[in-house]
Design a protein around this ligand. Sequence first.
Ligand code: PLP
Length: 491
Amino acid sequence: MEFASEKKQELLSKIARSDRHGEHSLYFDGWKAYDKNPFHPTQNPDGVIQMGLAENQLCFDLIEEWIKNNPTASICTSEGVGKFKDVANFQDYHGLLEFRQAVAKFMGMVRRGKAAFDPDRIVMSGGATGASETLMFCLADPGDAFLVPSPYYPAFNRDIRWRTGVQIIPVECHSSNNFHVTLAQMESAYTKAIEANINVKGVILTNPSNPLGITLSRETLTSLLSFTSRNNLHMVCDEIYSASVFNSPAFTSISEVMQETECNPDLVHIIYSLSKDMGLPGLRVGIIYSYNDQVVNCARKMSSFGLVSSQSQHLLASMLSDEVFIEKFLEQSSRRLAKRHSRFVKGLEQDRIHCLEGNAGLFLWMDLRHLMKESTFDAEMKLWRVILEDVKLNVSPGSSFHCPEPGFFRVCFANMDDHTVEVALKRIREFVSKGNENGDDKKLLQKKHRQNLNLRLSFTSRKCDEGLMSPHQRMSPHSPVPHSPLVRART
Ligand SMILES: Cc1ncc(COP(=O)(O)O)c(C=O)c1O
């Protein structure tokens, strides 16, 4: 018996035993609270509103209309079933040529023709999640590290680190310059890592940023690309929100910057996906686009572990190559995102809550420092618990994004209908007017508020009147409970 229990731990692999997946993050408590008590306008009007899900549900009507108008694009209609056998039999890990061509064309359109993409470099994967991990397997060995500006997307801890053994070194960005990453911060983090004997393999940028909702400037991209080239480091750009840009400045892709910057193209790689820009996270379409032939070859072999189903490839090949539809879709999508974003910003401004001025993504970076008694992560957690448990909004605390400063929260705004938006804003208004959980007096709040105004603020105010289906009747596919833990940390 003793022997059996001594041996027990070794029955499983180190990966299975490690907690590097990140699912124990407090971030997921919000998901659990939502899953236990989801908001519904009539059946559960006091339930938790899901504002922790970076999903774009604003343009489903356009996709559905296209599908109805193009019945041959699907193999499951009487018009399209003639292709069923060929498509269902297809299993080549290169993917359907027409799919790769359509994705390459789409990526070029999103970048307004300023960069062209070669269909032979398009490698598919199970979402950007699978694409990031596969790329790490190609670029780094266990123990090697990547520099990542923080705050950063929480599930990078899973995608970049968990099974690969790669480390993330956060490059801390601060509110004093609106969380923009600088070359000096990057160089300093790199020097410290070298001094600590860490083998740094590269930099990972998310442009536009999740959670900040901002785009990186051409100047920043140029200086960081020069930095990585000088030091023989890889430059990985996650551009999953590249078409979810709704205000100026326009998006600049690393694929444009590398044309004007002295750099080694073998070190440049893009991660992409249709989960956000097309609002299709369930189809699991991820892309690795590398300028390095060896990486393309290796990633393609690895893609056997996470291919996109040929049925999805077939459908998307038709949809993405319909230029007229895609032009309209991209234009409508950014228009609707802009409207929704400005409705939220305006509503929050009325309650004297300010956000980082954002131009992209599906979320706001909300500043609640004035509602905290002290500037600590404990106070942030307390405030977050009140917002979750009393106000019943599942927003995500900045600490879960490795934000180095307490008091910031990410608020997702594109995964709900207009009615839910108004309910959420009303709850925030009531909460703010009642005072906060610590009973801070108004003067203190106002004083703190004035101190915090060094953050560039957002004052847009257009009205929103989009009609949408609400997502409230279903459990979140990303929920940590009670579904498989492996699908949880996606947004
Ligand atoms: C920056 C970033 N990268 C990757 C992902 C994962 O996307 P996918 O659903 O395509 O795996 C997300 C999802 O939220 C994200 O925000």
